[in-house]
Design a protein around this ligand. Structure first.
Ligand code: CXF
Ligand code: ZN
Length: 373
């Protein structure tokens, strides 16, 4: 019996997302069918809508899904029917990056996440009898059901049985990216200063993680005072508005320089300022979506002289199976209170949720597709 779902179809930025009925393909051995309970909205969804990312449209987007497994293919061991799961990005499991548990740098990232189909070209979703681009991040969770894979599905540990899936859904992208950048990519050391530029989901997750790591001081920079106040609640020790020469203020506060600067803005000037504030051996992590044409300039002597490093970061170097449960653990202990970032919307309000993300009124919109029980 074919399974039908309601899915939000993205046809570009000239029209709103439209919820229509689609049909799911039969499962392959490594696939799971998940009833989606909730899905976070991430800026990458909008980047695809605007075609800054080359995913073919029309397509079903959504890559922060969480839900209940309904059926699994013969080779699946990650979860079983009835399990509560979080979905994230997919990877091949068989390249030099996947071999060392660094799947965010999977050599085959594009075909597994952004091609609109399975790697063999087959479609996971059909619309009116025709192939529809889907399998986005190996899920396409702006829908009531999704086909996910063994490698991008993480079972929610029983210790988190009381935490609603709608809250856990954003762990699969923005939250793991910010927290992972601090804890896994830059490996922030206790007692060293960090500045986080941009207080969106990724920046806020980085601030919470910097507190976990014991960084000191923890400086948040943003142009929005409300966000700065929230950053302070989540662990920042100092906040500076980017409109008032934040670089000079950071230099006054940390005359020896920063151990870590983390840019989530993708703005050239901000990154160059951040880089210029580094102490010897300081690391500047960059994760913001920048204009593809932008180039940065660095002074060669300063680059080499103090052993300073600039590090491009994807997905916080997250290894899903180990890192997502770790973040859930921090959340259970009250050290990762990311629920403060979330605003909930019903699935049919998807265009309002996207508007709220874009106008900055909600840090992390989460769509509700179905009740958990
Ligand atoms: C991704 C980028 C690749 C690794 C996982 C996260 N970002 C999505 O928005
Ligand atoms: Zn994302």
């Amino acid at each position: 019996m074919p399974v039908h779902a309601k899915a939000a179809i993205c046809r570009g930025n000239s029209e709103p997302f439209a919820i229509e009925e689609v049909t799911l393909d039969d499962l392959r051995p490594d696939e799971l069918r998940v009833r989606i309970v909730a899905c976070g909205v991430c800026h990458t969804d909008m980047a695809v809508r605007d075609q800054q990312v080359p995913v073919p449209l029309p397509a079903v987007l959504g890559h922060e899904g969480a839900g209940i497994v309904e059926e699994v293919g013969a080779g699946v061991t990650a979860a079983k029917p009835g399990d509560r799961v979080i979905l994230s990005f997919n990877s091949c499991g068989d390249c030099p990056s996947c071999d060392i548990d660094a799947p965010t740098y999977c050599y085959n990232f594009f075909p597994h996440n952004w091609s609109g189909a399975r790697t063999d070209g087959s479609a996971t979703l059909m619309l009116n009898g025709e192939k529809l681009n889907a399998n986005f991040f190996g899920q396409s969770s702006f829908a009531t059901y999704a086909i996910a894979h063994e490698r991008n599905t993480v079972r929610v540990p029983d210790t988190a049985a009381d935490i609603p899936l709608e809250r856990l859904s954003p762990l699969g992208c923005g939250l793991m990216t910010g927290a992972g950048a601090v804890l896994r990519s830059m490996k922030v050391r206790a007692g060293l200063p960090i500045a986080v530029f941009g207080a969106g989901t990724v920046g806020m997750a980085a601030i919470m993680a910097a507190k976990i790591a014991g960084a000191d001081p923890i400086i948040a920079v943003d142009v929005n005072d409300e966000r700065l106040a929230m950053a302070m609640e989540l662990g920042a020790t100092h906040i500076f508005n980017g409109k008032d020469d934040a670089a000079a203020k950071i230099r006054d506060l940390c005359p020896a320089g920063l151990g870590y600067a983390f840019d989530t803005t993708g703005i050239n000037k901000v990154i160059e300022d951040a880089w210029g504030l580094l102490a010897p051996m300081g690391v500047c992590g960059i994760v913001g979506a920048s204009n593809p044409e932008d180039n940065l300039t660095f002074n060669e002597a300063a680059f080499m002289g103090g052993g300073r490093r600039v590090m491009g970061i994807l997905g916080g170097d997250s290894d899903l199976e180990s890192f997502l449960p770790k973040l859930i653990d921090y959340h259970l202990k009250g050290q990762f209170p990311f629920e403060k970032l979330i605003g909930y919307f019903e699935f049919n309000q998807i265009n309002d949720a996207i508007a709220a993300s874009e106008n900055g009124s909600v840090i992390k919109p989460v769509l509700r597709m179905s009740a958990e029980t």
